[in-house]
Design a binder for this molecule. Structure first.
Ligand SMILES: C[S@@+](CC[C@H](N)C(=O)[O-])C[C@H]1O[C@@H](n2cnc3c(N)ncnc32)[C@H](O)[C@@H]1O
Length: 209
């Protein structure tokens, strides 16, 4: 995985633009995801942002430029290098998600972003990681997940059939039904905004806010 993203670092942004322009899986709706994450974060009026799987830094760039403090995590050194050039003062960590969370102690983040990154984990690992991150969210904190996603397994299967030749079978795209019916709901409310035929944003808000 690390090698794949290291090789992809210099052409990733172009690949996203091309697929989005064709309104195709996986990046259809990418600009709307970016805008939604930006607007939702801005409306929170907060500062400390953590982007998990920051890649080339495209999603966090506008937040960085509007004065948010960005911490980023990525297991690809080359992706981190591109992101660091784009966001010179961001705190970037070259680490896997699980390794990074083990280093957390008293950190508090207002918004945690996963854009096209949480799908690299199994559904069980997604839940485990989100519950762990809950401990480092501020009182009003949010987790925003932008990705290929579907409301349920049946809808995802239809997407898979439509894009059979391009579909990445190693990725675990967020299922709203999984988020709304599992352990996540014990701690978070779950909101789903579809933004294209194959993508959207899930917002997790801690109970009691
Ligand atoms: C498809 S890119 C998305 C980049 C960016 N967030 C965006 O929306 O354009 C996924 C990124 O997540 C990183 N990644 C995947 N699995 C990871 C893991 N377990 N720990 C840390 N980073 C990971 C990859 O190296 C890659 O840079």
């Amino acid at each position: 995985m690390q090698t794949l993203f290291d090789q992809w670092a210099t052409t990733y942004d172009r690949a996203v633009k091309e697929t989005e322009a064709q309104d195709r899986y996986p990046f259809a709706g990418y600009t709307d995801i970016k805008r939604t994450i930006f607007n939702t974060t801005l409306a929170q009026g907060v500062k400390e942002i953590l982007e998990m799987g920051i890649g080339t830094g495209t999603i966090s760039k506008a937040l960085y430029e509007s004065g948010h403090a960005i911490t980023g995590v990525d297991l690809s050194k080359n992706m981190i290098q591109v992101a660091q050039e784009r966001l010179p003062d961001a705190k970037l960590h070259h680490a896997a998600f699980e390794t990074f969370t083990k280093t957390l102690t008293t950190e508090v983040y207002d918004v945690v972003i996963f854009s096209y990154s949480i799908h690299h984990l199994t559904y069980e690992a997604q839940t485990r990681l989100l519950l762990k991150l809950k401990e480092y969210l501020s009182h009003e904190g949010l987790i925003l997940i932008g990705d290929v996603m579907a409301k349920d397994a049946q809808t995802l299967s239809r997407l898979k059939a439509r894009y059979a030749s391009a579909w990445d079978t190693e990725e675990h795209y967020p299922l709203v039904s999984h988020y709304k019916n599992g352990d996540i709901t014990r701690y978070f409310s779950v909101e789903y905004q579809p933004l294209s035929h194959c993508s959207g944003v899930i917002t997790l808000k801690k109970h009691g806010q």
